[in-house]
Design a protein around this ligand. Structure first.
Ligand code: ADP
Ligand code: MG
Length: 260
């Protein structure tokens, strides 16, 4: 009958919004001036789609780490707005943000075992014992850390330490995982291996990644989206293809051209 088919037509009407990916992170007008007067991040805007592997790239000193530290709440911002999953988190305490941060130098607790390092942040979340154990078991299996669970950090190789650092962040199941040059100190072969591990981890988890590097070729291999920074500003925020084929500025053109 006509009445019900009309109703059906109105409910299935295609909407443009439904066909676009949801925005996970939205940054507007972010500015950071350090207490000594250094303008490290200068009024930047960018957004990242839910589930994307975003690479934030730019030369040393351009403001990449400052941006990550602002996102996670490690430092207060001077101006601007940060939204995660639609919710404003600009001034929220770090532990309420649902954002993980992995450092270049891992920053494992030296006096705790691998297992204790991974469990550390979970205690605050107060899961029951079963849920806590399941989360730890799952991530330990995913990162293939079973044989290392009772070791001390000092007994591990760089690649092993990085896997523990990733596991320690991922066990908290953050919406957003920030990685600050996490493969910076590794040799080329180990970097390639860890890149594959990161891509696998990203595929298996429902998490948006922001990965910081100054290495253009690494950005190419990893990214869905690239944000190019220079001197505290965002020069371009786009898909990998567009950044390489249609660089927005002379800086982007020269910077991505470096690797060719
Ligand atoms: P990147 O991670 O891209 O190398 P940073 O965010 O570390 O860049 O640094 C951006 C700018 O801010 C640089 O000029 C750096 O010297 C400066 N800077 C970083 N941390 C501080 C700080 N705690 N106090 C003052 N200036 C800082
Ligand atoms: Mg840095």
């Amino acid at each position: 009958d006509t009445e019900s088919s009309e109703a059906d037509a109105s409910t299935v009407e295609p909407s443009l919004e439904d066909s676009t990916q949801e925005v996970a992170l939205d940054v507007r007008g972010l500015t950071k001036i350090y207490p000594d007067g250094t303008l490290a991040v200068d009024d930047i805007d960018f957004s990242i789609n839910d589930g994307d592997f975003c690479v934030l790239i730019g030369p040393s000193g351009c403001g990449k780490s400052t941006t990550l530290h602002s996102l996670v709440g490690k430092i207060p911002v001077t101006e601007g707005e940060i939204r995660l999953g639609g919710e404003e988190i600009t001034d929220a305490p770090t532990y309420e943000r649902d954002i993980g941060l992995v450092f270049q130098d891992f920053q494992l607790f030296p006096h705790l075992t691998v297992g204790e390092n991974i469990e550390y942040g979970l205690q605050r979340l107060q899961f029951d014992a079963d849920e806590q154990e399941k989360r730890v078991t799952d991530i330990v299996e995913m990162m293939r850390l079973e044989p290392l669970i009772d070791r001390q950090p000092e007994e591990l190789s760089a690649g092993q330490k990085q896997r523990v650092a990733l596991a320690r962040s991922m066990v908290l199941e953050p919406k957003l995982l920030l990685l600050d040059e996490p493969l910076g100190d590794m040799d080329y072969k180990l970097q390639k291996h860890m890149e594959r591990e990161l891509l696998r981890l990203h595929r298996e988890l429902d998490t948006t990644f922001v990965y910081v590097t100054h290495d253009q070729t690494q950005a190419m291999r990893l990214a869905d989206q690239i944000v190019v920074m220079n001197d505290g500003k965002v020069e371009q925020s786009d898909s990998v293809e567009r950044v390489y084929n249609e660089p927005a500025t002379a800086f982007v053109s020269a910077f991505v051209g470096d690797s060719n």
